[in-house]
Write a protein of this length. Structure first.
Length: 389
């Protein structure tokens, strides 16, 4: 299995085969939940329910099956009776266009719709629910989950290319767990197939196979965030590892966005306790008053006080702040955090990119604004360049 996945990913990255354009990914959905009972129903197309080579049931639109974990097996029943117990199950689409609905029952969570196929296993006494999905169907679902449904199509094109690049660059993330990626935000949010926007579907397929590479023709780490507050930050300020394409960019496009500004208020005593916990002295001398004010007209990496320093990303995590791009204003016994932006601030700023698209910028211009020294290429073009090395 490990060798198969590695060979598949190698083919994807260097483009030796046009089969990459129909590449299937295995995405764990409802990944963070401990689900023990679900309902699955085809919404479009036709499905075969199988357990390995065994055909369990032929399913048409709105046919319902209920799955429960009983004694380390998957117990399957329909509205008319039991179909037996199995070690694993596969819902295989056999129609022209297939998608299904899945509804967790124990615990009770909102239903979701997904394209293509579904594999179900038992792992650690809960369901491992894996959507086996065409990469472009997956990308369209991610763009809807990550970028909303009310933006210009050029923004969706840029987001689709970024999400495709990010997925391929991180394809080994969960390989030891039996799938490529999960539906959580650290992989990319993936909460359903794309149902709500024809523009997202068009943007995804208009950019089919396009990815972003750096000057060495390697896939970039295509990070993005909600709002940078007017200035993105270099990757070294957040993850220590510098990247030639993840540099600070002054961004005038996002400063009127809904996530551009925020505030948080705490007491001076709370802050002093925090500094002491970080081993920073708050003794400012007998003739001085403590002044914890802090400013950053341009993004900084550290908060510094009395010879000590704390990484701003640490402060953000500890105090659950929206970003590291903040100032601190002291008002008597109160400290006011006056912040800009939402997210880690590295790479593409979504609200800035949306505004660029509204102003008529193309997806190429948007991508090249936020990522430096990069190329947007097709996998077929990448094959040509790789062979020419």
């Amino acid at each position: 299995m490990r060798i198969y996945f590695k060979i598949t990913v190698l083919l994807i990255i260097i483009g030796f085969s046009t089969q990459v354009f129909s590449q299937r990914l295995n995405i764990s959905v409802y990944n963070k939940y401990n689900i023990r009972s679900i309902i699955v129903s085809p919404v479009a197309g036709k499905y075969e329910l199988r357990s390995g080579a065994k055909l369990v049931l032929k399913m048409k639109r709105h046919h319902v099956v209920m799955l429960d974990i009983i004694n380390d097996s998957i117990y399957v029943r329909t509205l008319t009776g039991s179909l037996g117990s199995f070690a694993n199950l596969q819902f295989i689409g056999v129609g022209k266009s297939n998608y299904f609905r899945i509804k967790p029952i124990d615990p009770d969570y909102k239903s979701r719709d997904y394209d293509d196929d579904l594999n179900i296993y038992i792992k650690d006494n809960k369901f491992l629910i894996v959507n086996n999905v065409d990469i472009e169907n997956y990308i369209a679902g991610v763009v809807q989950s990550e970028g909303g449904t009310k933006s210009p199509i050029e923004y969706y094109k840029s987001q689709a290319i970024i999400c495709r690049t990010y997925a391929l660059e991180n394809l080994f993330r969960h390989i030891n767990e039996g799938f490529h990626l999960c539906d959580g935000v650290h992989c990319q949010a993936y909460y359903s197939k794309c149902l709500l926007s024809d523009d997202i579907l068009q943007a995804t397929y208009d950019t089919k196979g396009l990815i972003i590479v750096d000057t060495t023709l390697s896939l970039i780490t295509a990070t993005f965030h909600s709002n940078c507050g007017g200035q993105t930050t270099g990757s070294e300020n957040v993850w220590l590892q510098p990247r030639s394409y993840l540099k600070s960019v002054d961004d005038k496009f996002c400063t009127s966005g809904r996530s551009a500004k925020w505030t948080k208020t705490i007491t001076v005593s709370q802050w002093e306790k925090y500094l002491k916990k970080k081993r920073i002295s708050t003794d400012s001398g007998i003739f001085n008053l403590n002044n914890y004010s802090f400013s950053q007209a341009n993004r900084k990496k550290y908060y510094k006080y009395n010879g000590g320093r704390i990484p701003l990303k640490t402060i953000r995590n500890d105090w659950k702040l929206r970003s590291t791009f903040f100032e601190i204003k002291q008002e008597g016994n109160t400290l006011v955090f006056i912040g800009k932006g939402y997210g880690h601030g590295v790479g593409l700023c979504q609200e800035g990119a949306m505004e660029m698209a509204k102003q008529g910028y193309t997806y190429q211009q948007i991508i090249q604004f936020y990522y430096k020294n990069i190329f947007v290429v097709s996998l077929k073009a990448l094959e040509f360049f790789k062979q020419d090395e």
